[in-house]
Design a protein around this ligand. Sequence first.
Ligand SMILES: [Zn+2]
Length: 71
Amino acid sequence: MILKLIMLGIALIAIYKFMGGSISLPGKKKSNDNVDSDALEECETCGIYVTKKESVIVKGKLYCSKECIPI
Ligand SMILES: [Zn+2]
């Protein structure tokens, strides 16, 4: 009887580990954030789409380059 319970426990742990390994949300969320930084944003002045890395943000508005920032 005890042996059966131990076997059941091992089986449950194996299933739990299998599920956790395939889902693993925390690791995947971090990689999604990196993808978001490559997402295209529209320039406020000329409408060109640029990645957030390349863009210039002034007063909460996004521009493709310094030339598009209104003075
Ligand atoms: Zn622009």
